[in-house]
Structure formats: C-alpha cells, structure tokens
Ligand binder design. Structure first.
Ligand code: 5GP
Length: 180
C-alpha cells in the first residue's frame, strides 16, 4: 500500500467486480440505443476505460473537462468548462461518467449544459458516491459504491494530480494535505 494512504476502501478486485456488473447493466439498458459515453476528465479515465470494455454494444466515446477543485480538497463551487465534447448530441443517449459524486455541483453544471443540446436522453453513472455531501439536486442513475465523507485517491482520483495510478481507492492521510 502507498505510504500516503491511510486505508484501502475499495480493492482492485472489488473495482473489477463493480465495473463488470455495471457494464452488464448498461449493456441491457442501452440495447438498441445510440449510446454516447461522455467521461468527465480526468478522474473518470480508469473507470471509463474498464467499464466500456464490459459494455457489449456499439458506442461513441467523448470527454468533457470542468475545473472546480484545483489543488485543494474542498470544492470551490465555481465551475468552468475547460474542454467541451466534440460532437452534436442530437439523437444520442448520453451516459455521463464520473469518478465521484460529492456536492454534485460539477456534474449538475455539466448535466444542465448538455441537456440543452437536444440529446435523446441523458443519464449519470458514477463509480463512487458520497450521498451525505450532496448540496444540489442531482442523482446518479448508476452507482458503483457509496463511500464515507473522506478524501479518497486512486483509480483515476487525484490529490494535486498525484495518486491517480493507484490500482485501488484509498483514503489519503490527512497529514499529506493538512497544514498546506
Ligand atoms: P462536486 O462538484 O461533486 O463537489 O465534486 C466533484 C469532483 O470533485 C469530482 O469529480 C472529483 O474530481 C472531486 N472530488 C470530490 N471528492 C473527492 C475525493 O474524495 N477525492 C478526490 N480525489 N477528488 C474528489
């Protein structure tokens, strides 16, 4: 285990089970639809690439990037779109892929923005959910697992751009970010 990680919350094996199960569910739910998977950069990349391999359907993949966190562990609430998706959404069933749903502000901003572009449907899948932290009215249609209110890293999730490549989800030691 990485020395900056206090404890592992979701192991690599559990992550694999979660993505397999969700992939099968999406495959069943989106059969016959025009699926566009939109990953929210950068945190969703590991989840999206693993999940999409278990979606046994034709699909498009695109990415969107918003900034709100910077290097801190607390959301600023101010959301800016840094990279938009490339194509027109008309006729697509959009599946928005997030790493973690915290206050929900980032996803709500993206959801509302994409909803105005005439998609056939729009749904949300998040690997991790911190329901106790929700500040705005948004829910995920598909959730990998709930996590407690702790700052987690790994499997795409960063602190200050580090730790994304850990193969598990772990709680970051407070000493790493406190006092900075
Ligand atoms: P929200 O707008 O829902 O408050 O924040 C969503 C974004 O904040 C996530 O996509 C993620 O980038 C970041 N975030 C929220 N909680 C955590 C956490 O526990 N760990 C990490 N690494 N990022 C988090």
């Amino acid at each position: 285990m990485n020395k900056d990680v206090e404890r592992i919350l979701v192991t690599a094996e559990e992550l694999s089970d979660i993505t397999k199960k969700l992939g099968a569910k999406i495959t069943a739910d989106y059969a016959g639809k025009k699926l566009l998977i939109v990953g929210v950069l950068k945190g969703s990349i590991y989840f999206l690439t693993d999940l999409s391999r278990y979606i046994d359907l034709p699909c498009n993949i695109d990415f969107i990037q918003a900034s709100s966190y910077g290097s801190s562990t607390v959301s600023s609430g101010e959301i800016k779109i840094v990279k938009d998706i490339d194509d027109d959404l008309t006729g697509f069933d959009v599946l928005l892929v997030e790493d973690i749903l915290d206050t929900g502000r980032t996803l709500k901003h993206i959801y509302d923005m994409l909803s105005e572009r005439n998609p056939e449907s729009i749904a949300v899948i998040t690997l991790l959910d911190k329901p106790s932290r929700r500040a705005v009215d948004i829910h995920a249609d598909y959730v990998g697992t709930d996590v407690p209110d702790a700052f987690v890293v790994g499997y795409g999730l960063d602190y200050n751009q580090y730790y994304r490549n850990l193969p598990y989800i772990g709680v970051l030691k407070k000493s790493v970010y406190e006092g900075k």
